[in-house]
Design a protein around this ligand. Structure first.
Ligand code: C5P
Length: 306
């Protein structure tokens, strides 16, 4: 059983005040892009996971845990628990999504493992897990996991796990600049809190951007590029100052929008069309400001069985 699952970029990441549970209320406009991990689930004795980089992907997989801490293994155990079966599965993860890159690669793998294991252990005679059940289980595993199941373009509120699809016309063309070394999502949120505390201003409740929603509905890449917004970006730039150069290079080379993806350090650049994306990717590749430059388009579907 092999499931393919996309990366995401946040078109808008509006971060509200910190909550009592340590999370932040978000307005999170997710957009699934055509950079995919593949997770294969095979029957085995006990639960295990192996992780490899997809050919040509240059993904540093060394940082990914290969024990029970792996989010995909936790997903498999959760499915087994709900179905009342033993978690006997060998998971193989083939990664093209950067690790700790701000593109929800770990969440994507967990989403893929949920789908793969639910299929693997499907018993027509026993109660089954439907799409809604998997979305709920995804929310238990991480804030970004339900979106990796859903795909497309969607707005997430709460921790980001309460999703509503967003109308988006056409296809948008992206160039991603990956970086050496990841950024820890909790560290970036903590830095965001620190910056805000130092500023001493009340944190406004995040609102979905109307101009962004209109740009998506119209399929207007220029308007979308101008509306991209990430409240975590100042924190990511403080923790990784070299990203300023990466963003500036992309803008100078003609990107119609540029931002840090999620908690970073991957930077996302919007192109006007497919041809422009090819030109921009080639120019950015030559600028020496990224580990790797990859093109992708969105929106694409969420976790899909191959
Ligand atoms: O939900 P997930 O485990 O992916 O979140 C990772 C970390 O990101 C959390 O531990 C928290 O520090 C931060 N986070 C947050 N508010 C959210 C989502 C994530 O503070 N809504």
């Amino acid at each position: 059983m092999t499931v393919r699952v996309p990366a995401k970029v946040n078109l808008q990441l509006g971060v509200g005040p910190i909550r009592d549970d340590g999370y932040h209320d978000l307005v999170n406009v997710f957009h699934a892009v055509s950079l995919f991990d593949e997770v294969t689930a095979e029957p085995a004795d006990g639960a295990s996971v192996a992780v490899e980089a997809a050919p040509d992907a240059q993904v540093a997989v060394e940082g990914v845990p290969v024990d029970g801490d792996n989010l995909a293994v936790r997903a498999a155990r959760l499915v087994a628990d709900r179905l009342g079966v033993a978690p006997d599965v060998a998971l193989r993860i083939r990664k093209a999504i950067p690790v700790a890159g701000g593109m929800a690669g770990g969440s994507a793998d967990a989403a893929a493992a949920l789908v793969a294991c639910a299929r693997l252990w499907d018993d027509p005679e026993a109660p089954r897990l439907d799409r809604d059940d998997l979305m709920k289980l995804g929310g238990l595993l991480g804030s970004d996991v339900p979106f990796a199941l859903l795909g497309g373009t969607a707005v997430g509120v709460g921790r980001g796990e309460q999703l509503s699809p967003v109308e988006a016309r056409g296809t948008f063309h992206w160039v991603f600049a990956t970086a050496d070394g990841g950024l820890s999502t909790p560290a970036v949120y903590a830095e965001c809190d620190r910056i805000r505390e130092a500023q001493g201003e009340p944190v406004p409740w995040p609102q979905a951007s109307r101009t962004l929603m209109a740009a998506l509905a119209a399929g207007d890449a220029a308007a979308l590029g101008a509306a991209l917004d990430n409240d975590l970006q100042p924190a990511a730039l403080l923790l990784r100052p070299s990203l300023r150069r990466t963003l500036a290079a992309g803008r100078e080379l003609g990107a119609i929008g540029a931002l840090v993806s999620g908690s970073g350090p991957t930077c996302a650049f919007l192109a006007a069309d497919e041809g422009h994306a090819a030109e921009l990717a080639a120019a950015l590749g030559g600028a020496g400001v990224a580990k790797q430059v990859v093109r992708a388009h969105g929106p694409v579907p969420g976790a899909t069985t191959l």
